[in-house]
Design a protein around this ligand. Structure first.
Ligand code: NAD
Ligand code: GDU
Length: 327
């Protein structure tokens, strides 16, 4: 099969491309390298540098032969940043999504997978979030994904484009064989920051708030291993034929920010210095997935997402790649 992938030089996209290439598929990646890395593009994928906002370029690329589907990862994805730059998020993620969907319709591409997010939800308790939970984004980032989900809904109604909106909870970890990992600049995600604070590559970690309505006062998240996310994309793409779907993808287990620090200390044996700071705007207190729907309908199940394995893989990649993808 032949797939067009936006954002395939990024953290999640690169791991998914690797999984598809290993399954024997042909992959063409479009990425503007705004947060991704040329050296994260897996061997065997064709790479085109460009933006999802460039409809002329996208239509040109898609005019070249038949395509079996599109995977759309390209986005700005920082909750806190989106609170300061809401329109930039709407433009890059919302408009970028519309451009790609429109191109799929024009070129009669049958399948589309969207990287959506747990940030669609604003839960205040520890109930597991399933696909029937009310959508109520607490940030422009979450909103920018929701508008693309709605566009996909109507693209199916009007043009029969079959789509899967995959709402990832917190993606983390690294390729178990160490070929790929997580490298954002600046890094804002909790797990790599905890590890780097422990490795003394950056100052002590600042926990954003300890007065949330949770047992230890820090936010709770559901961490899903990026390689399990990759296999979910492959399984979903294979089954995406008759109806469009939405799936919440996580493990069903929550870990508080403080607990994550302690687990990193346990798994790696290094102490992690930390202090408590202000809350970060736009952060929901608790986000834990109910992944039963995707498990039942697609028969997907996570292999590497127990928290200690996930931390081990993230740690190994960071130790082996102190400069990330920069040599
Ligand atoms: N990492 C997570 O925990 C998480 C959770 C939920 C959803 N997501 C979603 O998954 C996707 C991938 O996230 P990630 O963590 O890999 O982020 P990332 O920043 O590592 O990857 C995004 C990629 O998209 C590219 N990109 C951004 N804007 C672009 C544009 N206009 N044109 C072309 N390329 C562009 C970047 O260069 C980068 O390579 C995003 O859509 C994100 O919103 C991520
Ligand atoms: O230095 C830091 C960084 C983060 N945090 C806290 O750690 C938790 C996790 O924060 P991350 O930035 O690692 O992840 P988010 O939950 O904000 O967001 C991630 O997961 C979401 C889905 O849950 C999104 O889709 C988004 O793209 C992705 O970045 C939050 O409570 C945050 O406040 C800190 O305390 N200190």
């Amino acid at each position: 099969m032949r797939y067009f992938v936006t954002g395939g030089a990024g953290f999640v996209g690169s791991h998914v491309c690797l999984e598809f290439l290993e399954a024997g598929h042909e992959i063409v990646i479009l990425d503007d390298l705004s947060t991704g890395h040329r050296s994260a593009v897996p061997k065997g994928a064709r790479f085109i540098e460009g933006s999802v906002l460039d409809s002329e370029l996208i239509n040109k690329v898609l005019s070249d032969g038949q395509w079996d589907g599109v995977l759309h990862f390209a986005a700005l994805s920082l909750v806190g940043d989106s609170m300061r730059n809401p329109i930039e998020y709407m433009r890059n993620n919302g408009l970028g999504g519309f451009v790609i969907i429109d191109a799929c319709v024009r070129h009669e591409i049958p399948r589309f997978i969207l990287s959506s997010t747990a940030s669609l939800f604003s839960n205040m308790d520890d109930s597991l979030i399933d696909e029937n939970c009310a959508i109520d984004p607490a940030s422009p980032y979450g909103e920018s994904k929701f508008v693309v989900e709605r566009a996909l809904h109507w693209a199916d109604r009007a043009h029969s484009l079959k789509s899967a909106c995959l709402r990832y909870f917190n993606a983390a970890g690294a390729d178990p064989l160490g070929r790929l990992g997580e490298d954002h600049n600046p890094e804002t995600h909790l797990l790599p920051l905890i590890i780097d604070a422990g490795l003394k590559r950056r100052p002590p970690l600042v926990l954003f708030g300890n007065d949330y309505p949770t047992p230890d006062g820090t936010c709770i998240r559901d961490y899903i291993h990026v390689t399990d996310l990759a296999s979910a994309h492959l399984d979903v793409m294979t089954s995406l034929n008759e109806k469009s779907v939405s799936y919440n993808i996580g493990t069903g287990q929550g870990h508080s920010n403080l607990e994550l620090i302690h687990t990193v200390e346990k798994v790696t044996g290094i102490p992690v210095p930390w202090s408590v700071g202000e809350r970060r705007q736009g952060d929901p207190a608790i986000l834990i997935a109910n992944p039963e729907k995707i498990k039942k309908e697609v028969r997907w199940s996570p292999k590497y997402s127990d928290i200690e394995t996930l931390i081990k893989h993230a740690y190994q990649w960071r130790v082996a790649n102190p400069g990330g993808y920069r040599k």
